[in-house]
Design a protein around this ligand. Structure first.
Ligand SMILES: [Zn+2]
Length: 319
């Protein structure tokens, strides 16, 4: 039986977990669906990630509103992917913050990414007609951007750690609370999506910089919250291992003049024993291998994924 395309057959609702990680610092995780978070300032909120549609975002906000009625001043977007940004209008945020490159990527490929992600993961797009259009950041930065929370709450430091999951990822670091929202740069017991990635940078200096914050609590892009130094280190190590296995396997097939299909099969064989049962593993791997193959071919920037290219790569590798 052919594998259903990407996550198109994944239609069951996930169990959501709302957690307070430190005073006024919240995360919502959902068994491998994209995580979101929020941080209370003295008289405002900083929200992290926007979900795929305004209707989906309003469900998250309803949960958050059981704890605080403060208005959302900042909506922080870790990167440009549609399932994390297209719900932005629900937040009524004063400022939408992202990395400079994220703004450029939305302009360059936001429309195609929207169509691609909708086809891959339709369940996340709750009432897609509620999306008013692309989400445009209203404040961008290149290295760091600091938000003072007021009172004795400390600050949120948004930082770009180098190229990784995309060209413009940011993390949100709360030095006082020791909490790091890592976006898709780190996954905790969920498979990586690397279809828009820079594998070598990500597996090296970028993850080194993520680890250097010394977080005591880490919220990855998907999967459970990592608590304590050991779990945080394990989440970072898992992410790095996944990338290194891909680099080894795809690199070997590429180096000996093999085919993309052989690279996919090698990567699948090597990754499946440890990662095969984790959320979105089968969904992501064809796109991951395709991008890494390009990277090894010297294609500097990831090619744009369109709904059509998604299907072509899927047909070639997963059937
Ligand atoms: Zn992403």
């Amino acid at each position: 039986m052919p594998k259903p395309f990407a996550s198109s057959a994944d239609l069951g609702d996930k169990q959501r977990s709302f957690e307070e990680l430190a005073e006024g610092v919240y995360a919502l995780t959902a068994e491998g669906d994209p995580n979101v978070g929020a941080v209370e300032g003295e008289d405002f909120l900083v929200c992290f990630e926007a979900m795929a549609t305004p209707v989906a975002a309003r469900e998250w906000l309803a949960t958050l509103r059981q704890r605080t009625a403060k208005p959302v001043r900042y909506l922080v977007l870790s990167h440009y992917h549609a399932v994390r940004v297209l719900g932005a209008s629900a937040f009524g945020a004063e400022v939408i913050v992202a990395h400079d490159k994220t703004r450029e990527l939305i302009a360059e490929r936001g429309e195609q990414d929207w169509a691609s992600e909708y086809g891959r993961m339709p369940r996340l797009f709750k009432e897609p007609s509620s999306i008013p259009g692309l989400t445009w950041p209203t404040a961008t930065f290149s290295d760091t951007f600091t938000i003072q929370l007021g009172g004795d709450r400390g600050e949120v430091v948004l930082a770009h750690c180098g190229r990784g999951h995309t060209e413009g990822d940011l993390v949100a670091w709360l030095p006082r609370q020791g909490v790091l929202f890592a976006g898709d740069l780190v996954e905790s017991q969920a498979a990586l999506y690397t279809g828009d990635a820079f594998h070598r940078d990500w597996a090296g200096a970028t993850l080194d910089r993520v680890a250097s914050f010394g977080a005591r609590v880490l919220v990855g892009g998907r999967g459970a919250v990592a608590r304590g130094e050991r779990e945080v280190a394990a989440a970072v190590a898992q992410t790095r291992d996944f990338l290194r296995v891909m680099l080894t396997e795809v690199g070997a097939a590429h180096g000996r003049g093999g085919t993309l299909k052989e690279a996919f099969e090698g990567a699948h064989r090597a990754l499946a024993p440890r990662y095969g049962a984790w959320p979105i593993f089968e969904h992501c791997l064809p796109f991951n291998v395709s991008r890494l193959w390009d990277e090894l071919d010297g294609v500097e920037r990831p090619r744009v994924w369109t709904a059509e290219r998604d299907r072509e790569v899927w047909e070639l590798l997963q059937t």
